[in-house]
Ligand binder design. Structure first.
Ligand SMILES: [Zn+2]
Length: 270
C-alpha cells in the first residue's frame, strides 16, 4: 500500500490498481533507416501528473521555464524531421523529476527553483522519492538506452536539446546559443570551431551552464559509455517562441551538426 501526503492541505492516495498514475512520462518518436543521430529532449513538457494537482505552485510558475524548456521540443522535432533521427522526449515536468539529473542529485526533485519554493517536493520521504525515480527516471533512461541499442550499428552522435531563460535571477543573458559538453568534449569543441556566420547568434562554449552545474547527466550516463559522440545544445527561449522560430533554429542547427559530424567521418577530429 502506498499513501502520499505531499503537503498539509492535500492528501493523495493510490489509484485502483495500487499505483500512482504518472501518465506518459516519456515519448519516443522512432525513425526508420539507419540514423546517425539520436535526439533527446529531457525538459520537453511541463505536464504535472493529476494526482500532484498544482504542486502548490501558481499557473504562472507552472508555465515558466522552471517547469520545462519552452520551445525546445518544437526545435527537436523539426531537427528530427530534417535528420530522420529518433527523438526521446520527456512527458512530465522537471519539477516532478528532472530526467537530466541522477536520483541522488538535489535538483532531481527540486525543493526550490530560482525564486520559487516547490511545496510538493519539500517534505518527501525516501519512499516517495523512490516512487518518482521508478516511475519517471527509470523509464526515461530505458527509452534512451533502448534507442541506443536499437540503432547502435549506425548511431554516431547524441544531441540533447534544451532552452534557457533570457533573464535569470534578474540578470539579462547575452548568450543566445550554448554548446555544452560533459566528459567527452570532442563534438562540442568541433561545433564551436565551426559556428555558422549566418544567422549570427551569440554562441558560446559551456554557457549559460557547464558540466560543473550537473547538466551533462544524460550525455555522461548514456552517450559516453556507449561510445557515442555527444553534445548538449542550449537555446535562449525568446528565440524559439513560435513554430516558425523553432523551425528556423532547427534549420540553423542541422546543417551545422551534419557538417561537424562529416568532419569526424573523414577522420579530421579523431
Ligand atoms: Zn533543459
Amino acid at each position: 500500500m502506498y499513501h502520499v501526503e505531499i503537503f498539509p492541505q492535500f492528501t493523495f492516495t493510490e489509484s485502483q490498481d495500487g499505483t500512482l498514475d504518472f501518465g506518459t512520462v516519456v515519448h519516443t518518436d522512432n525513425a526508420d533507416g539507419a540514423p546517425k543521430v539520436l535526439l533527446v529532449c529531457e525538459h520537453a513538457s511541463n505536464r504535472i501528473p493529476v494526482f500532484l494537482r498544482d504542486m502548490g505552485l501558481t499557473n504562472e510558475a507552472l508555465e515558466s521555464h522552471i517547469a520545462w524548456d519552452p520551445g525546445a521540443l518544437g526545435v527537436a522535432q523539426h531537427m528530427a524531421g530534417l535528420m530522420s533521427a529518433p527523438l526521446v522526449h520527456g512527458g512530465v515536468s522537471r519539477l516532478v523529476y528532472d530526467c537530466n539529473r541522477p536520483p541522488e542529485a538535489v535538483g532531481a526533485m527540486p525543493v526550490k527553483s530560482e525564486q520559487y519554493d516547490i511545496p510538493a517536493n519539500a517534505r518527501m520521504t525516501p519512499d516517495e522519492r523512490q516512487v518518482r525515480v521508478e516511475n519517471i527516471y527509470v523509464p526515461f533512461t530505458q527509452a534512451v538506452s533502448g534507442q541506443i541499442a536499437q540503432h547502435s550499428p549506425s548511431l554516431q552522435l547524441m544531441v540533447t536539446v534544451h532552452s534557457f531563460t533570457p533573464v535569470f535571477h534578474g540578470l539579462q543573458r547575452s548568450v543566445e546559443l550554448g554548446i555544452l559538453h560533459g566528459r567527452d568534449d570532442r563534438f562540442a569543441m568541433a561545433m564551436s570551431e565551426a559556428v555558422p556566420a549566418q544567422p549570427s547568434f551569440v554562441t558560446r562554449l559551456n554557457e549559460p551552464y557547464s558540466a560543473a552545474d550537473g547538466v551533462a547527466h544524460t550525455l555522461d550516463a548514456q552517450a559516453y559509455p556507449s561510445g557515442l559522440l555527444n553534445v548538449m545544445i542550449e537555446i535562449r527561449n525568446d528565440l524559439i517562441r513560435t513554430p516558425q522560430q523553432q523551425r528556423a533554429m532547427a534549420e540553423h542547427l542541422v546543417p551545422w551538426i551534419d557538417r561537424t559530424l562529416a568532419g569526424f567521418d573523414e577522420g579530421g577530429f579523431a
